[in-house]
Design a protein around this ligand. Structure first.
Ligand SMILES: [Mn+2]
Length: 312
């Protein structure tokens, strides 16, 4: 079910004497409703969903993630030139498959109106809906590259959709499957999942190799992976980060990939491949398990940084 944007989520300090240059996001955010036909901008769309994590037998609570992130972003200083829109949210129900289709419809509409969607989950089941939204706008023979920052492949074979199946679902669509997973943990993905990744020609870098020591190898891998691809979809599962940086997730990573490294990789992608990147989503941020707002601040700051690259 679609819910219109809620202005109550956007609050922050007001420096009245400083005029336009003293403004913060809560003063600049505009509210845009489906079907989103206004001047293009960065479009935050929530996917309020616990159903995927519930079906995957994880710790639920990520449904509240999108509203909490919007609340956290209100206080950011506005440096951007681009318009910022809160586009409301899709509230999922027990019919997850249907809710993913509904999300896809909204993402397609944002893309057709030349917005840059940043979809805020929800569990990682958000990824199937996000991808489907982009996929449904494609002309024939166009290739989407998926870059997923995640401790897990999320390639589990299952009759029903869960937070552990989105990329397996995508691999079954009638398009080539180009998937690079950054930060995979050997400790939490079984050999079945590694075999599944191999069978689907999935590329990956282990969490142990996602450090600054390997930054050139990481960039090389990205360049090779992105050759001949038309569009890029970036998914960020916040359980890729070390638990001390983002404790607010269903499945905490004991090792994880540092926020700063993810920032550097995103900076590289957004500088080198900006025109191809069509869509970003943030998954698995679960405020229920946050500690003193550490996770909320880290994840919202990452969104700030992504938005900030659009100044260039
Ligand atoms: Mn995931």
């Amino acid at each position: 079910m679609y819910k219109k944007p809620n202005s109550d989520l956007w609050n922050g300090r007001v420096d009245e004497q400083d005029g336009e240059f003293g403004k913060r996001w809560h003063q600049k955010i505009e509210f845009l409703e489906y079907p989103y036909n206004q001047k293009s901008g960065i479009a935050f769309l929530g996917f309020e969903c616990d159903e995927g994590v519930k079906r995957n037998k994880g710790r639920v609570g990520a449904a509240k993630g999108s509203d909490e992130l919007k609340k956290a972003m209100g206080g950011f200083a506005y440096h951007q030139k681009t318009k910022l829109y809160d586009c409301g949210k899709i509230v999922a129900n027990e019919d997850l498959e249907n809710s993913q289709e509904e999300l896809a419809l909204h993402v397609s509409s944002l893309l057709k109106n030349n917005h840059f969607p940043i979809v805020l989950g929800g569990g990682h089941e958000v990824a199937y809906g996000s991808f489907l939204g982009l996929y449904n706008t494609l002309e024939k023979n166009e290739e989407i590259a998926i870059i997923n920052f995640d401790a897990h492949f999320d390639l589990r074979q299952s009759k029903i959709a869960t937070s552990g199946t989105p990329f397996a679902q995508i691999s079954k669509l009638d398009t080539s499957f180009n998937y690079l997973c950054l930060g995979v943990s050997k400790a939490v993905n079984t050999r079945v999942l590694f075999n599944q990744a191999k069978a689907l020609h999935v590329e990956y870098i282990l969490d142990t190799k996602m450090t600054y020591l390997f930054i050139e190898e990481i960039k090389d891998k990205l360049d090779k992976f992105l050759e001949f691809k038309d569009y890029i979809y970036i998914s960020i599962d916040t359980d890729v980060f070390p638990s001390y940086q983002v404790p607010a997730v269903s499945a905490m990573a004991s090792r994880g990939v540092e926020l700063n490294l993810v920032y550097t990789v995103l900076e590289y992608l957004l500088k080198e491949y900006k025109d191809k990147i069509k869509l970003v989503d943030i998954a698995e941020f679960n405020p229920k398990y946050d500690v003193n707002e550490i996770g909320k601040r880290a994840v919202s700051r990452l969104i700030f940084d992504i938005v900030d690259f659009f100044n260039i």
